[in-house]
Design a protein around this ligand. Structure first.
Ligand code: NAD
Length: 498
């Protein structure tokens, strides 16, 4: 049976009225399990009306706002297993990985519960004779988050946590591929005591996104997704006078120095390259061994480990990774593998023919490994977003450093070495936003910020951490003089501090 999903506006589920829908698949079977309505402009406007009406009261709820977030944490933790199962069924990532997706989002809610501290302003007493200057952080009003399919719990919470804690109301436009967890999150916020209208979910596609971009009441847009859409949203949000932070695609390299422990490296590469079927913005997709000996030894270890990978249904605890999100996503990856072969890369392991017995219609792909990939090849230049790991060999350290630094994407990078001096030099000089040293996926934690450089991120403030509060608030600066001054008569000279 195909479930019909809804929007969530004004504290309740609202059926779609546009008559436009998108299918939500079960990637394990290839079947359609639900259809999600795609909002019209009028439906988006109604959601913004609700958010606008609810915002002022919510902004006045200090310090109860943090208490709502703490209650929400309890509710999500209580429901962790069933949320993870819903997520896994729509996305295709394993149950353990789905729990991690939710947990990483909750960590930002925990951080955001400290909002009163993060909203504190600055104060200068006696900036001039009898003059005090102070600043306060105020909410922007109604703000929006537009999020990708690959972290349907974590990324909406990265956006919503700080935005709500700062006193904004929020419209979430989640991915149309896996909208059920965001809808359940909206219900749990209400159960936690969030006033109706403060957190709304509008499902949709370009029409909904454009409606958010065009409405003057939306003050800020936080986006995560592919680079062309990130750039589109950044440009159009700015053209409409809105703040925007837009995070895009990636091509994360791992540099392997000759002194690295190659067993550790191979384990790290297999997990970071093939975990979640490679559908992570922080997946490692390019391995850069330094020197031919390192490369040859690494290739042997990778081939051995790949043989042992267990690709299976996402709900099976034995699976290392599950299916891709849609048949289209799977085909896109298959096309890239074909390109790699045509351009002359060495295909060492080919995942295209993988079939999972009993799940022949599921969107599964085996792991693929390419060696001797050069920088002019499409499989090096573009984000594949699938279980494909490529090896680009470097002659020496400087060559290896140049590769991620010169790539158009600059999300994350990792280096494996036993030498502290090399690691220090690498972290200082590499041109990417997030760097791992002897860790496969350098994902910062909630109280630091997350954001890529170059074409992986548009805008000047990162996600979560203190930056997220700067993004979702505006600073008001007050200069005050008590009790005398005005009594002495007007001054016609620009005020200077005496
Ligand atoms: P996507 O760009 O297709 O979709 C992201 C969002 O934009 C969705 O809500 C979608 O409905 C909307 N959208 C799609 N096409 C649109 C259009 N033409 N106009 C307006 N809105 C549109 O991305 P995806 O496939 O859902 O997610 C995968 C991508 O996200 C990968 O490129 C991945 O690297 C990236 N990603 C980046 C980060 C990061 O922090 N940099 C994190 C996770 C994912």
């Amino acid at each position: 049976m195909v479930t019909e999903l809804s929007h969530f506006v004004g504290g309740t589920h609202v059926a779609g009225t546009s008559q436009r829908y998108s299918d939500v698949f079960d990637p394990n079977t290839g079947g359609v399990q639900a259809r999600v309505p795609l909002a019209s402009k009028a439906e988006v406007v109604t959601a913004i009306d609700n958010a606008e009406a609810a915002q002022a009261e919510w902004a006045a709820w200090n310090p109860q706002r943090a208490r709502v977030l703490l209650k929400f944490l309890d509710l999500v933790n209580r429901e962790m297993d069933s949320l993870a199962e819903t997520l896994s069924r729509e996305h295709g990532k394993t149950l353990a990985d789905a729990r991690g997706d939710i947990q990483r989002g909750l960590e930002v809610i925990e951080f955001a519960a400290g909002a009163p501290h993060l909203l504190k302003g600055e104060y200068t007493t006696g900036a001039g004779t009898g003059i005090d200057v102070y600043s306060m952080r105020q909410p922007l009003g109604v703000v929006a988050g537009i999020t990708p399919f690959n972290f349907p719990a974590m990324i909406p919470l990265w956006k919503a946590g700080p935005a709500l804690a700062a006193g904004n109301s929020f419209i979430l436009k989640p991915s149309e591929r896996d909208p059920s967890v965001p809808l359940r999150i909206a219900e749990l916020f209400i159960e936690a005591g969030l006033p109706a209208g403060v957190f709304n979910v509008v499902n949709g596609d370009k029409e909904a996104v454009d409606s958010l971009l065009e409405d003057p009441r939306i003050q800020a847009v936080g986006f995560v997704g592919s680079t062309p859409i990130a750039q589109y949203i950044y440009e159009n949000a700015a053209a409409n006078g809105k703040r925007a932070q837009c995070f895009g695609g990636a091509k994360n390299h791992m540099v392997i120095m000759p002194d690295a422990d190659l067993d550790d490296v191979a384990d790290a590469l297999v997990g970071a390259g093939y975990g979640s079927a490679g559908e992570r913005c922080m997946a490692i997709s390019v391995a850069v061994p330094v020197g031919q000996e390192t490369a040859d030894a690494l290739v042997e270890k990778l081939k051995e480990r790949i043989k042992t990978l267990n690709i299976g249904p996402s709900l099976d605890a034995k699976s290392d990774y599950g299916p891709l999100v849609t048949a289209e996503a799977r085909q896109r990856v298959i096309d890239y593998i074909g390109d790699g072969v045509a351009e002359g890369a060495d295909l060492l392991v080919d995942g295209r023919d993988f079939v999972l017995e009993g799940h022949e219609e599921g969107f599964f792909l085996g792991p693929t490994l390419f060696d001797n990939v050069t920088t002019d090849m499409r499989i090096y230049r573009e984000e594949i977003f699938g279980p494909v790991l490529i090896i680009t060999r470097a002659e020496n350290y400087e060559d290896a450093l140049r590769l991620p630094s010169e790539h158009e994407y600059g999300n994350g990078v990792a280096i494996f070495t036993r030498d502290g001096d090399t690691a220090r030099d690498f972290t200082a000089r590499v041109n990417t936003g997030m760097v791992g040293v002897n860790v496969p996926i350098p994902v910062p934690i909630a109280y630091h910020t997350f954001g890529g450089w170059k074409r992986s991120g548009f805008g000047d403030l990162n996600q979560h951490g203190p930056d997220s509060f700067r993004f979702y608030t505006k600073t008001k600066t007050v200069t005050s003089r008590w009790p005398k001054g005005a009594k002495e008569g007007a001054s016609f000279v620009i005020p200077t501090m005496k």
